[in-house]
Design a protein around this ligand. Structure first.
Ligand SMILES: O=P(O)(O)OC[C@H]1O[C@H](O[C@H]2O[C@H](CO)[C@@H](O)[C@H](O)[C@H]2O)[C@H](O)[C@@H](O)[C@@H]1O
Length: 273
């Protein structure tokens, strides 16, 4: 079924593992700040990163600083604001271009008046991107879309991307696929086989690029996707990362269980129904 299964008993390829954050490493919460990070998550990711020779990064719509706060004290390589910010594996921070930063501030300022009328909306200004959340008022989706469209019309170098109960503006030249590609051109990712795990529409660019580079996209949950594999939920992502890390640690895939039916597979073919 999966390439992992097919490859059993052979030497595992060296993997570069990339994951999304919200909805993939942690469950979706009612508000961006209400995310609950399991106490053992940072330690688990730290161990996985070491097992992957540090070829492990988070690619997210959030700011890099947000990921650091949630995963403290861990400082992973992270692409934030959909790739507009990026911290390399060597710790170098590639800051957001000043013009992009200023444009994102403008967009946030143009949208802010809507929140005076609808305080249940959440405006999340970021360095290099803007998110307008309507999870507490789903009936306002169209109004949110309209005001974001108007705000972005003044900044043609920005595009709108829909997410989970959110409309985001991000700079046109950046997406999660370009972020993955940029990591893959650098050590320690260079020459490895990329795996990207994500749950949302903005993750599709990264699935596509990972697969173009000979790797695998793994989509969490239902919905159309270009990813070749699917995984059920956040707990399964944690289990998969533990499993891949163990494989990397041993440099060899584990022997197949005596009866494969004893274990439900974590991954399934995304095209199978
Ligand atoms: O790329 P990701 O790591 O998946 O980040 C995407 C956006 O995630 C956050 O918003 C989403 O998660 C919130 C917390 O669970 C939820 O309340 C919201 O409805 C979701 O859209 C984050 O706030 C955004 O900045 C990210 O771009």
């Amino acid at each position: 079924m999966s390439e992992l299964t097919e490859a059993r008993g052979t030497v595992a390829p060296l993997l570069a593992v990339f994951t999304d954050f919200d909805g993939t490493l942690v469950e979706i919460a009612e508000t961006p700040d209400a995310v609950e990070v399991p106490s053992e998550l940072a330690d688990g990711l730290d161990q996985a990163a070491r097992d992957f020779d540090n070829a492990f990064a988070v690619i997210t719509g959030r700011e890099v600083a947000d990921i650091d706060r949630f995963l403290s004290p861990l400082h992973l390589p992270v692409a934030g604001a959909h790739g507009a910010q990026r911290r390399r594996a060597d710790g170098t921070m590639l800051e957001v271009d000043a013009e992009i930063s200023a444009a994102a501030d403008d967009i946030a300022a143009a949208v802010a008046p809507l929140l005076e009328r609808h305080p249940e909306l959440i405006l999340e200004p970021k360095d290099g991107a803007v998110a307008l959340h309507y999870r507490q008022a789903p009936e306002l989706e169209q109004e949110c879309l309209l005001i974001m469209r108007e705000a972005v019309a003044e900044h043609l170098d920005f595009v709108l991307v829909p997410g989970k109960m959110v409309i985001e503006a991000r700079p046109a030249g950046y997406d999660k696929g370009s972020a993955l590609r940029a990591f893959m051109q650098e050590e320690p990712f260079l020459g490895r086989t990329p795996i990207f795990i994500g749950d949302d529409r903005t993750d599709e660019d990264a699935f596509r690029v990972a697969q173009e580079m000979g790797g695998i996209g793994i989509k969490l949950g239902p919905g159309e996707t270009v990813a070749r594999m699917r995984i059920a939920d956040v707990a399964s992502v944690h289990a998969l990362l533990r499993g891949l890390a163990e494989i990397a640690r041993r440099h060899e895939l584990p022997a197949a269980p005596e009866d494969e039916n004893d274990e439900a597979p974590l991954l399934r073919d995304a095209t199978a129904h």
